[in-house]
Design a protein around this ligand. Sequence first.
Ligand code: 13P
Ligand code: SF4
Length: 301
Amino acid sequence: MTIKEEIQALKKERNAIILAHYYVPDEVQEIADHIGDSYYLSKTAAATDADVLVLCGVSFMGESAKILNPEKTVLMPDAAADCPMAHMADIPYIERLKKQYDDLAVVCYINSTAELKSHSDVCVTSANALTIVKALPNKNIFFVPDENLGKYIASKVPEKNFLFNDGRCPIHAQLTRKALEDAKSEHPEAKVLIHPECTPDVLALADYIGSTTGIIKYCGECTADSFIICTEKGVFYELNKQNPNKKFYLANESLCCPDMKLITLPKILDVLKNNTNQVTVDANLRKDCLIPLQRMLELSK
Ligand code: 13P
Ligand code: SF4
């Protein structure tokens, strides 16, 4: 049996599904039952009737799936795959701000630890942040942990007062305006599509700004035939699959998330076989995280 056949057989035997983010390696996306952005993955995890979920992505994705499905087994192919930005917020500072502003909403990007979520009012992803922030009754918004996504949303909701946090995605935030200008002069005809985790000076050059799913959808619907992509290079698998006649250029080779690339087929086989790397979330912590996560799912319907 090939490794793919072994994985398929174990999936059937254990009533398991494989959920994969667009940033994991191609061969993992190829065998996944569901591929998507962070919002799609949490929605799918909340709705599944599988007994075992293999979460091909980074730890906040496995944690969110477990919080939404405490009775199910959630397995991470690599327990060390983590998003550095998920840790970039100071909880005592959040609590101090809550005391200073009586109508403060702490809006927490899903790319965050469970502990951080438990101190927030609502979770968001890059796909639903704008809808959710607009729907909140609060005037004061503390957006954690991503300063760049927070600033992008703030620019669209000028009637609210935003406070920003010192945190960012090390992969998207390192894309410079100069690197993107170079890519644009090499491909002047191409549309520029940018993930909102990029810095504001980079976002200013966009034809379209959106989540990974938004970018993929835009490329399918747009009549242009070439695109400069400013997000992690894993999206090329789906872009090329859906649009074999269009051309895609990565804005810069540095757009590669090493944590997402830790996910491999042998590791998926291993966790399915041995039930290792099970995600656990303390019961009290889970209760506190469930509120902002469920509020996100409600408000983005
Ligand atoms: P989306 O999945 O919301 O597009 O975010 C990208 C990301 O960085 C996930 O880690
Ligand atoms: Fe985190 Fe950035 Fe990697 Fe996404 S691409 S998992 S935000 S480090």
